[in-house]
Design a protein around this ligand. Structure first.
Ligand code: GUN
Ligand code: ZN
Length: 445
């Protein structure tokens, strides 16, 4: 039995804050504690109370830093770690010129395994303890992804993309091979350890109707798997989709007509939606996923968070690396704040931090396991330092409330603000010089 007691300022959410004054939505303790046993939180409360009953347990004192649930990234592309920051293109050219050529490398298991190490290093360094990832079309890439996740005991979701047209030939499967590989991956990885498989038709443009029908069969055969795809990110993408699926009422109807919409469905971007599509999201419980840094980087458009929320639609928030420009969920919240400002709404920092933790967990239906610090949940914890740079420390001298501190972290924080990361109760933050790619070592592939 492994036990540890973490001491620090503690913040955990019980529900989405209605506004900045909604103190019932969260617990904040100036001197808080988490008692962790074998990767599970046993007790959460004031340090004096938890330590009085916990016996002789080693204590790690993180004061004055802030402990909260590890960040959850609900949309990210594992094979794009070397695509991030590719210049000058919007979605379809960016895919054809940069992304597809890079993803062809993941045919190699060796390359996939190396990149998986680098990818997971980056997630942890940035405080992300759960991600929902797209792998490449190759079964190898998903095997490497889940092997690395298992080795680190992280709660990870992912799947190989299904794509059988409008891409280079060596990046295409067929309806049958895509189905067979997905079945084998589900058998090998879904529900094993902390892994979850996500059925992943990349998007309408790269799947034939025959492949969509196979995705539907997979969904019916594995109702406990999540589904992820892309929706209405870019106007040229929407026009091309309507050409490819002329019978569809709109873009979302391509997925809806193949039975792919439900509470386990994640729809990356969902920016340029028609009224019927919004009705269908509200009816089916499918979740849009807001990817702020990506939407700005590719010039895709502004996500209507307020409009969707008003319809009772709950959205995830995510990096979408490599179109996204940072692995940091803090920087993702920063750019998200600005996108909502452009539409006249100001996201409160308490709502922002709820979104990146418990909010994303709820979107995944995993709030009983991750996204908060309740007893019985898995001990994925991030420790945040709002004075991690000189500029932040300077600003923090004038900060007088938790909300103000959170906003400094959101606007100015990045991996330097991540003091420590616990994965299943094990300290896992990697010193920059120890990451797989650390600037000192050039790995020749
Ligand atoms: N649509 C289909 N594939 C992708 C991708 O890899 N990134 C983004 N941003 N959009 C996509
Ligand atoms: Zn994406």
């Amino acid at each position: 039995m492994t036990q540890r007691l973490l001491r620090g300022r503690l913040l955990t959410f019980h529900r989405e804050p209605l506004n900045g004054e909604d103190t019932g939505a969260y617990t904040y303790l100036e001197d808080g504690a988490l008692l962790i046993r074998d990767g599970i939180i046993q007790e959460t409360g004031p340090f004096a109370e938890v330590s009085a009953t916990s016996g002789d347990v080693p204590v790690t004192d993180h004061r004055p830093h802030l402990m909260m649930a590890g960040f959850i990234d609900t949309h990210i592309h594992f094979p794009q770690v070397q695509v991030i920051a590719s210049w000058g293109a919007q979605l379809l050219d960016w895919l054809n010129n940069y992304t597809f050529p890079e993803e062809t490398r993941f045919a190699s298991y060796q390359h996939s395994a190396l990149m998986a190490r680098a990818f997971f290093d980056q997630l942890i360094t940035h405080g992300t303890t759960t991600a929902v990832a797209y792998c490449s079309v190759h079964k190898n890439s998903a095997d490497a992804f889940f092997t690395e996740a298992t080795g680190r005991n992280m709660r990870m979701l992912g799947g190989k993309v299904l794509m059988d047209r409008n891409a280079p030939e060596d990046l295409q499967d067929t309806p049958q091979t895509g189905y067979d590989d997905t079945k084998a991956l589900i058998t090998d990885w879904h529900g094993k350890g902390r892994n979850g498989y996500v059925i992943t038709p990349r998007f309408a443009i790269t799947s034939t109707p025959e492949q969509m029908a196979m995705a539907q069969a997979l969904t019916q055969e594995h109702p406990d798997c999540h589904i992820q795809t892309h929706l209405s990110e870019n106007k040229d993408e929407i026009a091309f989709t309507k050409q490819l699926y002329p019978q569809a009422r709109d873009y979302l109807d391509v997925y809806q007509s193949y039975g792919l919409l439900g509470q386990k469905t994640l729809l990356g971007h969902s920016i340029h939606l028609e009224p019927r599509e919004i009705d269908a999201l509200a009816e089916t419980g499918a979740h849009p996923v807001f990817c702020p840094t990506s939407n700005l980087f590719l010039g895709s458009g502004l996500f209507d968070h307020e409009g969707l929320s008003a319809r009772g639609i709950s959205s995830g928030i995510a990096t979408d690396v490599g179109a996204g420009t940072s692995y940091s969920m803090l920087q993702t919240l920063n750019e998200g704040y600005k996108i909502l400002q452009l539409q006249g709404s100001a996201l409160h920092p308490l709502q922002a931090f709820h979104w990146a933790t418990r909010g994303n967990a709820c979107v995944l239906g995993l709030e009983d396991k991750i996204g908060n610090l309740d007893p019985g949940t898995e001990a994925d914890v991030v420790v945040l330092n709002a004075r991690s740079t000189a500029a932040m420390a300077l600003r923090m001298d004038r900060v007088g409330s938790l909300a103000e501190e959170l906003f400094v972290l959101q606007m100015m924080g990045d991996d330097r603000a991540i003091e420590e990361v616990y994965v299943s109760g094990t300290p896992s933050k990697i010193a920059p010089e120890q990451t797989t790619w650390n600037g000192n070592v050039q790995i020749v592939l």
